[in-house]
Design a protein around this ligand. Sequence first.
Ligand SMILES: Nc1ncnc2c1ncn2[C@@H]1O[C@H](COP(=O)(O)OP(=O)(O)OP(=O)(O)O)[C@@H](O)[C@H]1O
Length: 264
Amino acid sequence: MISVKDIKVVFGRGTPLQKQALNGVSLTIEQGSFVTVIGSNGAGKSTLLGVLAGDVLPSEGQVLIGKSDVTRKSTAARAGLVARVFQDPLTGSCGSLSIEENLALAARRGEKRGLAPALGGNRRGYFRERIAELNLGLENRLKDRMDLLSGGQRQAVSLVMATLAGSEVLLLDEHTAALDPGMAEFVMNLTQKIVAERKLTTMMVTHSMRQALDYGHRTIMLHGGEIVLDVAGENRKNLQVEDLIAMFRKMRGQTLDDDALLIG
Ligand SMILES: Nc1ncnc2c1ncn2[C@@H]1O[C@H](COP(=O)(O)OP(=O)(O)OP(=O)(O)O)[C@@H](O)[C@H]1O
């Protein structure tokens, strides 16, 4: 479960570039629920993920993950609670380490032990099994360096890595945006499967309104650092991308620059 209460984030306070990135965001996401997040450029989407991951400390408000109040905890201190997959396939894993070394590090997230014991005994067999489930043939390449993989393969491995330390929360920051359409669909279907199997509480930022409606249980839209739309259930099922744009316009009483949001 994730719960944020009245979160405010101000960047560059007291400078000419002062920016209120989040302006009183409150949101509760039940355990196992998958929420998609949309919004135009600068709406505050990445800042919200940063607040959950610990990269951004809010100036006001409270962040709960499960029963833990993590509001003032660093990213490292939350590592066992929160897993993250980034837009850039190179960001979430280490290119100069092998696939299995990356998996071993991911499995030990939030702990302080070295790599050797993490790769011992049954662990190696377990990693092989988990990677074989991807059906990409990577189980035969566990000793290959991560930087030999394609972007899509790397995102698929990153998703497996995100599940190894037992985190209940998964944050996805436009994790398919850098992939070609076929690979993006593969990674999205994999995401859906992993989230459902492991009952992960998931927040996915996307620029694709189509993706936002097709995946997950609930969609929120941010604008100007505030939640301006929050839909789930039947209301969401009946929504079309065009409705989303119209609702946005109505709620804000202003014109939305369609170019700011990808419809595809
Ligand atoms: N470290 C920072 N320092 C100063 N301003 C920042 C910083 N990070 C974000 N901002 C500003 O805060 C606002 C929200 O940014 P954020 O990155 O959360 O938006 P976003 O919805 O993720 O946008 P995008 O879709 O373009 O990634 C923007 O105006 C941005 O310029």
